[in-house]
Design a protein around this ligand. Structure first.
Ligand code: FES
Length: 135
């Protein structure tokens, strides 16, 4: 039986290292899957790691997104499979416990403090905010 996972990390498989034809997204997916598995069942049973062809952050390779049901979505850029796996795992642990996924830059680990390309509120939170403003 396949368990439904509550969170997803999506990694761009089309990003190229600047000035090369190397696309490190698949390497990043493999390294992050291994690190999340090594972090224990609580994390590995809660996070899916997958790839997508492009997330429109092409000038900041690699891009990595965090999504969760009723949570803010993050898009990070400049992620390096050889340097940033620990920060990605640490943020996954934080993100899992944030009820709305919202965190400020100083709460995020390492490079994720300065490499955030977007933080988008969940659709439900955004609609509630619109309702409040409309009333
Ligand atoms: S090629 Fe990776 S975000 Fe566009």
């Amino acid at each position: 039986m396949t368990m439904q996972k509550n969170h997803r990390i999506t990694i761009c498989t089309s990003c190229k290292h600047k000035g090369t034809e190397c696309r490190p997204g698949y390497e990043l997916i493999d390294a992050l899957r291994a690190a999340i598995t090594a972090a224990g069942d609580a994390l590995s049973e809660d996070f899916e790691v997958s790839g997508v062809a492009c997330m429109a952050g092409c000038d900041r390779p690699c891009t990595v997104a965090y999504h969760g049901s009723q949570k803010a979505t993050y898009l990070f850029g400049d992620i390096d499979p050889n340097e940033d796996i620990d920060d990605l795992v640490t943020f996954a642990k934080q993100y899992a416990y944030l009820h709305d996924g919202w965190s400020s830059s100083f709460e995020r680990p390492g490079k994720l403090r300065t490499s955030t390309l977007a933080r988008v509120p969940s659709a439900i939170i955004a609609m509630e905010t619109c309702d409040v403003r409309a009333s």
